[in-house]
Design a binder for this molecule. Structure first.
Ligand code: CTP
Ligand code: CA
Length: 234
């Protein structure tokens, strides 16, 4: 099917998009990661560039080939491996951004003491306990520090369904303080690695201001429609 023709309604806007999953090192050869492919975030960046925005795309770990798809005019790609690196890169980029979209799957916890050498069975024995500490919430920080006129958007991947999903989404929108939260229902099959997606959007009043399903590019365009509407209402 032909993609709907979208207006160049993001012309003149500078946007920051994060994509992929962070990897938190345990030792020189191991990490804690997640199943984010980066496809949705890259689709959000591509949709923005196609609509005229100047895009800073910050990639954490993405699946093979996903990053290459983003090398198009209008998108400047940079890389951040860990949550700490992503915090620095995103804070820098956000300083000049009109819109920030955090589509990256940020590890909630990291290993506070990364081992200098490989953790061995000989040293660890029958069981191994890893201590984890919480990472800073990048999105909540961006929302708290945002300038007048800047729009901060989060993503939430949830395994809840029905009313519980909507309630959780409202609470998360509130806790993060974002202008818009894009909510993605995920399970073992749906969402993270799939190329089709369904999203709904919760605004600052807690209202659901859009629902979309389709390819990650189609849902990305629907997200930008919702962002444009939220900015117009400010
Ligand atoms: N996020 C972030 N920094 C973190 C964790 C999450 O910026 N340390 C961002 C994600 O990029 C996403 C949003 O917050 O845009 C929601 O992430 P999610 O994992 O759904 O929320 P959490 O607050 O981590 O809550 P939980 O995982 O416990 O549901
Ligand atoms: Ca999380």
């Amino acid at each position: 099917a032909l993609a709907a023709v979208r207006p160049r309604d993001l012309e003149g806007l500078r946007v920051t998009v994060t994509a992929g999953g962070t990897r938190e090192p345990i030792d020189p050869v191991r990490f804690i990661g997640n199943r984010s492919s980066g496809k949705q975030g890259v689709a959000v960046a591509l949709a923005a560039a196609a609509r005229g925005a100047q895009v800073d795309l910050i990639l954490a770990h993405v699946d093979e080939g996903v990053g290459a798809a983003a090398s198009v005019p209008g998108i400047a790609v940079s890389h951040a491996g860990t949550a700490a690196e992503l915090l620095t890169a995103t804070t820098d980029a956000a300083a000049t951004a009109d819109v920030v979209v955090m589509a990256a799957a940020v590890a909630d916890y990291r290993v506070p003491q990364i081992a200098d050498g490989k953790v061995t069975k000989e040293a660890a024995g029958e069981t191994l306990t890893l201590e984890l500490v919480q990472n800073p919430d990048i999105l909540a920080g961006l929302a708290r520090d945002r300038r007048a006129g800047q729009t901060v958007v989060g993503f939430a991947a949830e395994t809840a369904t029905g009313d519980a999903l909507v309630e959780r989404a409202r609470r998360k929108r509130e806790r993060k303080g974002v202008d818009l939260l894009a909510v993605n229902e995920v399970g073992w099959e749906a969402g993270l690695e799939a190329s089709e997606n369904s999203l709904f959007f919760v605004d600052a009043a807690g209202d659901i201001v859009g629902r979309t399903s389709g390819s990650k590019r189609e849902t990305a365009d629907a997200l930008w429609d919702a962002i444009v509407a939220v900015r117009a209402a400010h």
